[in-house]
Design a protein around this ligand. Structure first.
Ligand SMILES: Nc1ncnc2c1ncn2[C@@H]1O[C@H](COP(=O)(O)OP(=O)(O)OP(=O)(O)O)[C@@H](O)[C@H]1O
Ligand SMILES: [Mg+2]
Length: 438
């Protein structure tokens, strides 16, 4: 039996517990655990631990972005405490119990637990022995999952995510947030070209959401005259469903649609964290990939999109202000997303003639992050593409940057892994002076 055992779809139901059919994430290559553990819907979880270590793992998981909608209560006392509790109280969607009892004893206790569980409540058992007989007995009793001593919160989150995100019935899309370390560094250009490359390479649906409501360039870049799209969705997020979403999207190619910005200035745009979250959620439920083009502003909702996204792509140009801002962003995101990958760094507009620049290597050491792509300043190709309303690949598939966009798309989807860079930065004293703090 593997350390992380999936439940058997053929297992019978028993008592108040039902059997979940966890689905595997589809994709060309094995995804890292951080990508396999998907955001979990608004459910309630009650856990009954025996050891402080397990309670700690649950606590870390409860604070993770993937469980931000989930209500988690952690108690001590193992299965016995759970039985006592549910004799008096209603059961939540998911009960997690830790048990180090011998096999027969665990089964007996679980039988008692099932008597006080409502139908529909799922149960995950955390044990300390890799016992295949116990595992089978648990599945037969309708336990959804048996985990042997999960040492990482991500393992637990993956197990929960498998129970509630069955791709066959509830597809959950990946969200990639693009942000510039400074204004005008090419973040939108990279978001659009990488999103387009992703849709072409994987032949799968991608939506680009332009959250730069007043000045966004998504419509221009794809040569479209779109409906107001995203502003309508954001102004009444409760109304947004699959049908309305379809009406608000503008189709640019077989697999790419844009959620365009209105780009008019005679109205105010008051985006709320909750509204933005709700819109992204609806898109996520309907499309496999969503690229979010964020403006270079710092508000509660931009921060929330960055913290909640599956991957963050920071674009920086090679100067000091970009370095400082990129460092602040990377530090904040590392802190707020402890169980996630590092943000991805794209260095753009590099090697501009006559301009003194901070080298990519210096950026990488200062941020302790290897750039996934370094794109040269190329006024001719980028200027032409922007003015024609074309992607670089459409204008000139042999351009160096066209290859870079294909690689960024692969990186975002974990088809290539990013590396951390080591060694201390020669700019460390300078950064210290700039007092970059969280
Ligand atoms: N590598 C490059 N070489 C030359 N020009 C580039 C390059 N990358 C982007 N550009 C150009 O720079 C301009 C600004 O790009 P873009 O709008 O994508 O930046 P941004 O970071 O999204 O800006 P904003 O802060 O307004 O959102 C565009 O005209 C674009 O064509
Ligand atoms: Mg932009």
């Amino acid at each position: 039996m593997s350390k992380h055992a999936h439940s058997d779809p053929g297992a019978e139901e028993m008592g108040g517990m039902d059997v979940a059919l966890p689905g595997a994430e589809s994709g060309l290559v094995e995804q890292p655990v951080s990508a396999r553990a998907r955001p979990i819907p608004r459910i309630s979880i009650q856990a009954f631990c025996e050891n402080a270590a397990m309670a700690e793992i649950l606590q870390v998981a409860a604070e993770d972005r993937r469980l931000s909608k989930v209500h988690v209560a952690v108690h001590m006392g193992g299965i016995e405490a759970a039985v006592a509790h549910f004799q008096e109280n209603p059961t939540p969607n998911l009960v997690i119990v830790e048990s180090s009892l011998p096999r027969d004893h665990v089964l007996m206790e679980l039988d008692r637990l099932s008597e006080c569980c409502d139908p529909g409540t799922k149960v995950i058992v955390v044990g300390h022995v890799n016992d295949v007989v116990l595992y089978r007995d648990l599945l037969r009793r309708g336990v959804s999952e048996y985990l042997v001593d999960p040492t990482e919160p991500l393992q637990l989150m993956e197990a929960i995510s498998n129970l509630y995100n069955n791709p066959e019935t509830e597809p959950v899309g990946h969200v990639y947030a693009f942000v510039g370390a400074k204004g005008g560094v090419g973040s939108s250009t990279i978001c659009h070209n990488a999103g387009w490359a992703l849709s072409e390479q994987l032949k799968t649906n991608v939506v680009i959401a332009d959250l730069d409501l007043a000045f966004g360039t998504t419509g221009l870049d794809f040569n479209q005259d779109p409906v107001q799209g995203i502003a309508d969705a954001l102004s009444s997020p409760d109304r947004l469903d699959e049908v309305l979403l379809d009406r608000l999207l503008t189709k640019c190619s077989e697999h790419l649609s844009i959620f365009a910005a209105p780009v008019v200035l005679d109205r105010d745009y008051d985006i709320t964290v909750a509204g933005c979250d709700q819109v992204i959620d609806v898109v996520r439920q309907n499309v496999p990939y969503l690229a979010v083009d964020l403006p270079h502003t710092w508000t509660a909702w931009t921060k929330s999109v960055l913290v909640q996204a599956d991957e963050v792509i920071i674009t920086a140009a090679p100067d000091l202000a970009n370095l400082r801002n990129a460092k602040s962003l990377v530090d904040l995101l590392r802190h707020a997303r402890r169980n996630d990958n590092n943000p991805r760094l794209v260095m753009n507009m590099v090697n501009m003639p006559k301009r003194p620049e901070i080298s990519v290597k210096e950026f990488e050491t200062a941020l302790d992050l290897k750039a996934i792509s370094v794109i040269d300043f190329d006024a001719e190709v980028f200027g032409q593409a922007a003015n024609n309303g074309q992607m670089i690949e459409e204008l000139n598939p042999r351009a160096k940057s066209a290859a870079a966009f294909r690689e960024i798309a692969l990186d975002m989807t974990h088809r290539r892994e990013a590396q951390p860079a080591k060694k201390s930065s020669p700019l460390a004293p300078l950064l210290e002076k700039l007092k970059i703090k969280l």
